[in-house]
Ligand binder design. Structure first.
Ligand code: GTP
Length: 218
């Protein structure tokens, strides 16, 4: 069973908790209750023929919890950075959230996703999709348009990120196996070469012996 730590980050009110609730139990809450202490949720999935457990941490978007967030953001495998398409400031702060994540994680080891949330409120949209995609590309992230009211879009986001995680694991294992195979091949080739040298040495030795005998006879 594979395991991945997922963190949800982004400004307060962008919909992190709602996305998580929709993913976990297909529910949506309209009342807003800010996250104070990050909380861990577990979801088990089977993707690409692989059993995987997602350990999802919903962090607090309010700045006064930044220090506490740091602890929970460590050792992340997947980071979903969320903004609200009706809130420009939440979009402008994406870089800041990304920087916070890579400050305490190896950026090459984290799979990033950007969620343009509240897509159901398109009539109030102030950040267009292209801007969102552009930012997402700049940090090499997967881009998703989500509505916490729509299970399909939310499910696609979490499973898309988890599948990328699994694919990377498969690639890493493949490379490890290939390296092992190459090492084995090199070792075999070296042994074969050594054996050839021994045979050659013996042949030369025998030839020398013959020559010596002939010389003696003369
Ligand atoms: P913090 O816990 O303070 O970091 O906020 P958060 O990012 O977890 O936001 P939360 O999920 O609590 O949602 C904030 C408000 O936005 C709530 O009133 C939700 O009902 C609303 N909301 C969240 N997602 C959506 C969405 O996709 N569409 C609409 N229309 N409203 C949403």
């Amino acid at each position: 069973m594979k395991k991945a730590k997922v963190i949800l980050v982004g400004n307060s009110h962008v919909g992190k908790t709602c996305l998580l609730c929709q993913f976990l139990d297909s529910s949506f809450q309209l009342e807003f209750q800010t996250t104070i202490a990050p909380d861990k949720s577990i979801k088990q999935l089977n993707l690409l023929n692989t059993d995987i457990t997602l350990e999802i941490w919903d962090t607090a978007g309010q700045d006064n919890y930044a220090a506490a967030n740091k602890i929970y953001m460590k050792k992340a495998d997947i980071a979903l950075i969320v903004y609200d398409i009706t809130d420009k400031e939440s979009f402008e702060n994406l870089q800041n959230w990304y920087d916070r994540v890579i400050q305490i994680n190896d950026k090459n080891k984290v799979i990033f996703g950007v969620a343009a949330n509240k897509s159901d409120l398109f009539e109030k949209q102030v950040v267009n999709t292209e801007e969102g995609k552009k930012f997402s590309d700049s940090i090499d992230a997967l881009f998703f348009e989500t509505s916490a009211k729509d299970h399909g879009s939310v499910n696609k986001t979490f499973t898309g990120l988890a599948e990328k995680f699994i694919q990377q694991l498969i690639e890493k294992n493949k490379t490890k196996e290939e390296n092992k195979e190459n090492e084995k091949l090199e070792k075999n080739q070296e042994e074969e070469k050594n054996n050839e040298n021994i045979i050659l040495d013996q042949k030369t030795h025998n030839e020398k012996g013959k020559n010596t005998k002939i010389k003696k006879k003369c």
